[in-house]
Design a binder for this molecule. Structure first.
Ligand code: COA
Length: 372
């Protein structure tokens, strides 16, 4: 019988990413995340995950052209955005909008690898647009149209803020996108692959993944981390706060991991970026509280921060609204999800595990009038 929560169960074979949980190592297609994070752009990372090798200059130029050419959303989705902005929370908006995007995709229900690739590029290119349009509209502002001269990360910040980011801010978001792009058989990737394994389409699989990422034990944790930092307010209040939460048996968001038994290598980069942005903004409060939380949680529980912990303060320093943190995570992870869907479709067998029945057996049927 496998561990509860499918712990240690190998659910699929993949060539996309690999984790060494004991050593705290993460690899995309054989490349160490410590090499990729400071060197690889998100666009190169998308190419790597979908083509299993780093792009040549010509290949990268080709991908950039495809991505920038696909940033505009269709009139159908544009018409949907004001309703979403009025009525839906950010992750519900994203789930619904991605589902709606399937209606007008030029590749229809074609599940071939080539069609899935084109659909993946459209999804990766357009998810930042819908997140930014949603935020502008809910704040009663004009939407900011995509700028094809900017990189994926810089354009995302441009559409969110209406200001062209400087190179440092753009590079920080770019690195965050690289760090969140793929992570073996995490819950949302598993959901995407289960859906794809029924030979359902890529949009449905990404909807399943977004729905799964939304929960606070997965991608939703980064928003809860920021809420916690704001509640704490001062580094000096951290110890009491954390001890109180732990005494009430609360989980501290952004800590612990099913696979890593040591520092999550993504947290190493995000911690450094949080410090860098704190210095740049001349506001070290969120970084200082984060460091103190890290110290107290380690002392009290021996737990390490995961990807969501320092991502929270980094996104905050980038002026991203807290309730968009999980959508930003999705904007990155869609690159990995879509690569997993293509990998699943390429060598498919229905994912259909067993369950262990623990309910009563042998019960006698009772007519309704005899039931107590
Ligand atoms: N705060 C406090 N205690 C924690 C904890 C946290 N963040 N994460 C794990 N623990 C404790 C559990 O309470 C449990 O203790 P117990 O054995 O005394 O009951 C033990 O560590 C094992 O935790 P468990 O929830 O069974 O581990 P898991 O592998 O099923 O879950 C996570 C992994 C990530 C879901 C879990 O660590 C968690 O809930 N973290 C907070 C949410 C989060 O940051 N999610 C983002 C993940 S990238």
């Amino acid at each position: 019988m496998p561990g509860k929560g499918l712990e240690d169960v190998i659910a699929a074979q993949t060539s996309l990413s690999d984790i060494d949980g004991k050593m705290g190592r993460l690899f995309y297609v054989g490349y160490d995340i410590h090499d990729l994070a400071p060197n690889c752009s998100f666009e190169e990372c998308i190419f790597l995950l979908h083509n299993l090798h780093l792009p040549s200059k010509a290949e990268l130029d080709g991908l950039n052209e495809q991505l920038t050419g696909e940033r505009q959303i269709s009139p159908f989705i544009e018409d949907l955005m004001p309703v979403m902005a009025r009525q839906a929370s950010p992750m519900s908006m994203l789930r619904t909008t991605v589902s709606a995007m399937s209606a007008h995709d030029p590749d229809g229900w074609d599940n071939s690898s080539e069609a899935d690739y084109r659909k993946a590029i459209r999804l990766i290119a357009r998810i930042p647009t819908v997140i930014a349009f949603y935020d502008q509209l809910r704040n009663g502002r004009e939407v900011v149209r995509p700028n094809s001269k900017l990189s994926h990360a810089a354009n995302f910040l441009w559409m969110l803020t209406g200001e062209e980011p400087d190179a440092e801010d753009a590079s920080v978001l770019d690195m965050c996108l690289v760090l969140h792009a793929d992570h073996t058989m995490n819950a949302s990737t598993f959901a995407a692959r289960v859906c794809a394994s029924t030979l359902s389409d890529i949009h449905s699989s990404i909807v399943a993944a977004i729905a799964t990422l939304k929960g606070p034990l997965h991608g939703g944790a980064n928003e809860r981390v920021m809420e916690m930092l704001i509640e704490i307010q001062e580094p000096s209040r951290t110890e009491d706060y954390i001890k109180r939460r732990l005494a009430s048996k609360d989980k501290i968001m952004g800590f612990g991991h099913r696979v890593y038994k040591t520092e999550d290598p993504r947290a190493t980069h995000l911690r450094r970026m949080s410090e860098q942005m704190a210095q740049k903004r001349g506001d070290s409060r969120w970084y200082d509280i984060s460091r103190k939380v890290e110290e107290v949680v380690m002392a009290e529980k021996g737990l390490y921060p995961n990807v969501d912990f320092f991502a929270a303060s980094v996104y905050h320093y980038l002026n991203i609204p807290t309730d968009l943190f999980t959508p930003v995570f999705a904007a990155s992870r869609v690159s990995g999800w879509s690569a997993h869907v293509r990998e699943q479709h390429a060598d498919n067998r229905l994912i259909r595990p067993e369950s262990e029945y623990i309910g009563p057996r042998g019960r006698a049927w009772q007519p309704i009038e005899e039931r107590g």
